[in-house]
Design a protein around this ligand. Sequence first.
Ligand code: NAD
Length: 482
Amino acid sequence: MDTLRTSAAADFDAPYGLLIDGKIIESNSTFDVFNPASNEVLAQAPDASPEQLNDAVAAAKRAFPAWAALSWEEREAFIVKLYEALEAQKEEFITLLSLEQGKPRHSQADFEVNLANPWIPKTAKSRLGVEVIEDTDVHRVEVRRAPLGVVGAIIPWNYPYLHVLWKSVPALITGNTVVLKPSPYTPLCALKIGEIVAKVLPAGVFNIVTGGNDLGRLLTEHPDVGMITFTGSTATGKRIMASGAGTVKRITLELGGNDPAILLPDADWKSVVPSVFWSAFGNSGQWCIAAKRIYTHKSFHDDFVKAFADYASQQKVGDGMDPTSVLGPVNNRMQFNKLVEMFEDVKANGYKIALGGDIDPNSKGNFVPVTVVDNPPEDSRIVTEEPFGPIVPIIAYDNVEEVIAKANGTPFGLGATIWGRDRAQAEAVADRIDAGNVWVNEGQNHPINAPFGGHKQSGLSVEHGGEGLASHTNSKTVMIHK
Ligand code: NAD
């Protein structure tokens, strides 16, 4: 590993630069990146110009034919080099991730990096074979897969290390080249990954540009980009669909959610308190598949709320670099201000608050107290909107038919968790939930070789698994007369 450190290491003391055509490039202007725990400037990131974005796409287009012509095994070998170099500097990446995103270094930042890294070589081992539809003495029909060309990847700020790899590795192993744009709130891990990419992958195969939202729009509209793979809000996803239409782009959208957690009437509600808590408050509620509405049967609602609030009150919110913090600040002031507004709405409407509720709008860091709202109305903002922060409503219901209707009564359909002693009944409820990912009696552990995506306005297409891999390719039917 020491050899790798010197030959393919990122320099964590060096200024941040763009990765274009295998080179680390300066930009004419920079923007500030803030530490969410203090709102002090952490670093300056390069603000790529439209010309630099064009250079990145042109480099990816030039690199495409040679990269696509490599065998799967040759591409896998390059990607494994990237994995080994990232593993060698894991500790530096975990620290940088905690500093730029806010999540606790010792629990959630190391979880993210340790989840993402081993997945790289596993995914690089994937293959899409030729499917034989018909094979007779006179005729053969095959479905072959062809890469799309340049894939534009646009990612959010909640898992800024993991998303770089989740977006790029499936695109690369299937023979595409990549231009990635991280969120302006969390560009730093991506840029340091870029320094390693510059040393281990052929020039132009993987490019990284940072800047504001408009850079994302330009990437989406670019005529030489064949596919956009996007993770972010539903509002931005709709804009991407519209701006990709001009060039009929392939589009994968992983969007927002408002996932229900349903505790069925026979649920062992006492023992599931910690699991339900972490499925709602992991990463301070800033994850797409977080439980955002907890439905409890009326027979144990009050007892559950009390036990949940007791457990929640023991979880320390603090600076992510403090080893005693288990929840960090929210990532940015825009999100903090949205939460201030949500908290004001809860208070103005007089909803019952079981825990927390007092957010300090002048807090120096973006700290938000863990907040539990007890039984707000079904049409309240806290139930119908995705807060994307550490606040959750717990809602009482009468019967299973009613709770299924409520769970499905939303434009979103990303995930759901179902808790109940009678597994057959819990599975039957899972069958009736209109969502891309449903967990029965477990938190949101997603096997990365399974497809991941949302129904309704939570997304389009899927990532991961065979289906996700195939979405980075065109299907080509070849009919051969023998
Ligand atoms: P966002 O939509 O504001 O931004 C995401 C990315 O899109 C950023 O890189 C941003 O710069 C870029 N962007 C903004 N406007 C653009 C435009 N017009 N064209 C192209 N790119 C543009 O989302 P966010 O606030 O960074 O992330 C939070 C949201 O992401 C939440 O709604 C959450 O549920 C969702 N999310 C979904 C998943 C999933 O897998 N379904 C995972 C994580 C987060």
